[in-house]
Design a binder for this molecule. Structure first.
Ligand SMILES: Cc1ncc(COP(=O)(O)O)c(C=O)c1O
Length: 920
């Protein structure tokens, strides 16, 4: 977010916090170097020290003692002493050495590790140390006692502790919230009753955000305030373990339903060791990876294998003179941990009863779901599983036509009828946005008007889209449930699994929104809100009126049935193809058997052990450090956006499309413009996330390269082949960059340096090439940026596949169309450049697609089986200059279903339909 020097010193400057902090320490180090070398005055160092600001109080390191030592050296004009300490602290905040080296906490001067040492520690030596975290202690004790309290906690450490922690002490609710937001190392919180409300520092933005709660906070007694703080912290970081220490009737407090989010309520005077042990146990509960832990044990056992899988134990590999290099490359553990056994310490993914079951339950806890299923064949499979489990032949599914192909194929397999809804087009980039809620509501209301609402089972959408459009998941579900209270939602969050770990993004995830809706249905006021709206709408509201109204569902009627699929491998540390299905469905018990059938249908009977283990480990990582990692991914994205926009030369040829460019104004009522727009603060982003129909995931960056004369595919190739930079998908004139939990600031530096290099090359070429080169460049840019084909909407299913469809609604029998193409004699081919195409579209007989036609980019099906081909489709295909079009063979042409063969089929289908109707 845009920031000013003033902002950066207030404690509630929430974005760019970690890198901002390390930058400030680096600045202090640089200032100290100048001071010690006599180049600058002491005042420069004083200013840099002041710049560190109060947020240092929210971090255990360097802590009060080292900060006091710094100030002391400053006061005594000890420039060299100051430099030595500032250098050590600065280095330690970057390398995290303080997390495992006690010497780093001492004020006395140490010999500094040379940069080589630092690198080796960062590269893994640290892994031998006990994992480190910080515990936030919210206390009414005066600040003067805090160092003593921190020392008390330190004294509780025992050699057998599996983890090590330091404490961060604060005295108020505001400070506690700031600490939890700003310090990702905080993993546990101990709240002692009686703390203050206000920070002693300035926190203007936070106060404006908390303003709505102010009357309640002002009235709150000590216990109430502690519970409110706990709820606030959980809303920001649900993974935190919270301990409440009270000196009153703790039994009563523990029985308060609001205390359910507290891990343990304790009597304050009790043995502090009890708290210490509880805190470590809480971390262990997240650290534990039941399947991975067992797999490691299994790998150590001497096991004779008499089953398939010769590579298990590695003997076929390491004994072979010909393939030993594979063993050397992957390492012995890969083979020791290979097995097709499902017993003896392992478990069966298809019917888990042991450690896979536990691992899935822990993932459910972490991701806020009731159930989680691990999937080892990617989200492509997860989607098909969910669709098969929940959808029967003839059911109608409302889905984004622009969704991943696994959904379309899932419907072919299940025999459901797709009701395609269109995302808003972003023609200038040859891509789609997301589906407006009005379109989805209209689909439901039209089906209702046709008396077919009972046939609609599911709304199936992609959140966020490939290009980063995030739905207002809560609003979409609420308004749809107001029309059909038992609707199932499938949110394909293939790219968005990580979002659970950001307080800004979480409310917009499927599970986050489901939790909010569930909480709302239990609010005393929910029924009143519904009744009030019912009265306002009157007996028979028109479709237009319903479309214009923000509909409130009936909380008594709502059956909340939410499914999310995520490619854990796309945004977390799972091995490729590792995916999860998250379930929050009140009626899951009714479909559980079907769900297992779907798993049996699609899951391999030989699931990969490493993959399952990596899903287990990815969960552990996100529960323990996901918050910081996601914060880092967002920071990296903001850095890239900032650098591209502000560099005079790079910005001449390249740009990253802002939120305002990705989301049309009518879907941004909050007025949010972009992350980097001048004056934008985190609360603006928060408001946008709450109010806007669509938001942009900051980590997904559409880099426009058409303005530099490159088409997306060419530019992607150039980056990969010449600069070792891999990017995500492409459009006609852009590439998609994605920042991830693995990215570092060095990656940003690499990307920026490459963009600069390319910009320089363009400049040189234009300079040397004269007018002709300039004209050619302008023409190329114009063609890439302006000669963009209109995106073709879904036309319609041919009548032969609509015998069971509504009169006015567009659903169709995609499955029958798909299998009709299996009879080669029913098919014909027509090249798109053949004038016969145009003649047949105008005069008939209709051109009916026999299969999916999916060009890459943009990657959505421009034709599905049974769809009538129109001029728009043909024009789009003729203008497409991409090489890869799945389902289209250039030499043969479009594969079509012969209308005559279908006429006969239609006759039969109509007759069958009539028979069925008569029987009904
Ligand atoms: C929206 C969406 N859903 C599902 C998938 C398939 O996921 P996987 O690669 O894990 O099979 C993709 C792949 O790119 C996708 O973009």
């Amino acid at each position: 977010m845009a920031s000013s020097a003033q902002d950066s010193r207030s404690i509630d400057h929430f974005f760019s916090a970690p890198s901002g902090r390390t930058d400030r320490w680096r600045d202090l180090h640089a200032a100290a170097r100048s001071w010690s070398g006599g180049a600058t005055a002491r005042s420069t160092v004083e200013a840099a020290l002041a710049e560190l600001g109060a947020i240092e109080e929210f971090h255990a390191f360097p802590g009060a003692e080292l900060m006091a030592a710094l100030h002391e050296r400053l006061q005594s004009d000890d420039a060299n002493g100051f430099l030595a300490l500032a250098k050590r602290i600065s280095l330690s905040t970057i390398t995290d050495n303080y997390k495992h080296d006690l010497k780093e906490w001492q004020a006395v001067d140490l010999s500094l590790p040379d940069p080589g040492d630092v690198a080796s520690i960062a590269l893994g030596e640290g892994s031998a140390h006990r994992p480190y975290f910080e515990m936030l202690v919210v206390t009414p004790a005066p600040a003067g006692r805090w160092p003593h309290m921190a020392a008390e906690f330190r004294r509780l450490r025992r050699p057998e502790d599996a983890f090590i922690y330091e404490t961060v002490l604060v005295g108020s609710l505001e400070d506690a919230i700031c600490a939890a937001v700003l310090n990702p190392d905080i993993a546990a919180v101990a709240i002692y009753e009686g703390f203050a409300l206000r920070s002693r520092h300035d926190a203007p933005i936070l106060r404006s955000v908390l303003a709505a709660q102010q009357p309640l906070l002002d009235k709150a007694d000590e216990a109430d305030m502690a519970l409110r703080l706990a709820a606030g912290l959980k809303a920001i970081r649900p993974e935190l373990d919270i301990y409440l220490l009270s000196d009153r009737r703790v039994e009563k407090l523990a029985g308060d339903p609001r205390a359910s989010m507290i891990r343990r309520v304790m009597y304050q005077i009790e043995e502090p060791l009890e708290l210490h042990l509880s805190v470590l146990e809480g971390i262990k509960a997240r650290f534990e990876t039941p399947f991975f832990d067992n797999l490691k044990l299994y790998a150590q056992r001497p096991i004779g294998t008499f089953h398939a899988l010769p590579i298990a134990r590695g003997k076929s590999v390491f004994r072979s003179p010909w393939i030993r290099d594979m063993g050397q490359f992957y390492g012995i553990n890969l083979f020791l941990a290979e097995s097709s056994a499902t017993t003896g310490g392992l478990d069966s993914l298809l019917e888990p009863t042991g450690n896979i079951k536990r691992a899935q339950e822990m993932a459910a806890r972490a991701f806020g779901a009731d159930h989680v299923f691990f999937v080892t064949n990617g989200t492509s499979t997860s989607n098909k599983m969910v669709l098969q489990a929940l959808i029967a032949p003839g059911d109608i599914v409302i889905l984004d036509r622009n969704c991943h192909k696994s959904h379309h194929y899932g419907l072919v397999l299940s025999g459901a009828q797709p009701f395609y809804v269109e995302a808003f087009p972003m023609t200038e980039f040859s891509m789609y946005g997301a589906v407006p809620l009005r379109t989805i509501k209209k689909a439901l209301l039209d089906l209702q008007a046709e008396g077919r609402l009972d046939r609609v089972k599911m709304v199936d959408l992609t959140n966020c889209t490939f290009d980063g459009h995030i739905y207002n998941t809560r609003r979409v579900m609420e308004e749809c449930l107001a029309i059909k209270p038992d609707l199932i939602f499938l949110w394909d969050e293939a790219w968005f699994g990580f979002a659970r770990w950001s307080p800004f993004l979480r409310p917009r995830t499927a599970m986050g929104a489901a939790a909010d809706i569930e909480a709302w249905t239990q609010e005393p006021d929910a029924v009143t809100q519904y009744e009030r709206q019912r009265k306002e709408l009157g007996a028979n509201p028109s479709i237009d009126k319903l479309l214009d109204t923000r509909l409130v569902p009936d909380p008594r009627a709502v059956r909340l049935r939410v499914y999310q699929t995520n490619s854990t491998h796309k945004s977390m540390s799972a091995i490729r193809q590792g995916s999860m299905v998250l379930v929050r469905d009140v009626d899951f018990h009714k479909v559980e058997a079907q769900f297992h059938e779907a798993v049996f249908t699609h899951a391999s009977t030989s699931p990969n052990q490493q993959l399952i283990a990596s899903l287990d480990v990815a969960r552990r990582q996100m529960e323990l450090e996901g918050y910081g990692l996601v914060m880092n991914a967002i920071e990296v994205a903001l850095d890239i956006r900032r650098e591209v926009a502000s560099h005079p030369l790079i910005s001449k040829y390249f740009s990253i499309v802002g939120a305002d460019g990705m989301v049309p104004k009518e879907y941004r009522p909050s007025g949010f413009v972009d992350f980097l727009a001048p004056g934008t603060r985190w609360d603006d982003q928060l408001r946008s996330m709450r109010e806007d129909e669509f938001c942009l995931d900051p980590t997904r960056m559409t880099l426009v390269c058409g303005t530099a004369g490159f088409d997306g595919t060419g530019f992607k190739g150039l980056l990969a082949s010449q600069y070792n930079i891999q990017v995500n998908k492409t459009s006609r004139n852009s590439v998609l960059l994605q920042s991830n939990i693995n990215n570092t600031r060095s990656d940003v530096a690499l990307l920026i340096s490459v963009l600069l290099k390319i910009s320089n090359e363009i400049e040189a070429r234009l300079k040397q090439g004269g007018e002709a080169e300039r004209k050619a460049f302008v023409a190329r840019v114009h063609s890439l940026m302006n000669d963009v084909p209109e995106l073709p909407n879904f036309s319609r299913f041919h009548d032969a596949f609509r015998t069971d469809a509504g009169d006015t609604t567009p659903e169709g029998d995609i499955r029958t169309a798909f299998f009709a193409a299996y009879a080669e004699e029913q098919c014909e081919y027509l090249p798109i450049n053949n004038p016969e195409c145009d003649r047949r579209i105008d005069k008939g007989p209709a051109l009916i697609s026999a299969n999916f036609v999916i060009p890459y980019p943009p990657g959505f099906p421009i034709l599905v089986p049974g769809q009538v081909v129109t001029h728009e489709t043909i024009t789009f295909m003729r203008k497409l200059d991409v090489k890869e079009i799945h389902g289209y063979e250039k030499t043969k042409g479009l594969k079509l279903l012969k209308p005559d063969a279908l006429a006969e089929k239609k006759g039969r289908s109509v007759e069958n339909g009539r028979k069925k109707a008569r029987a009904a």
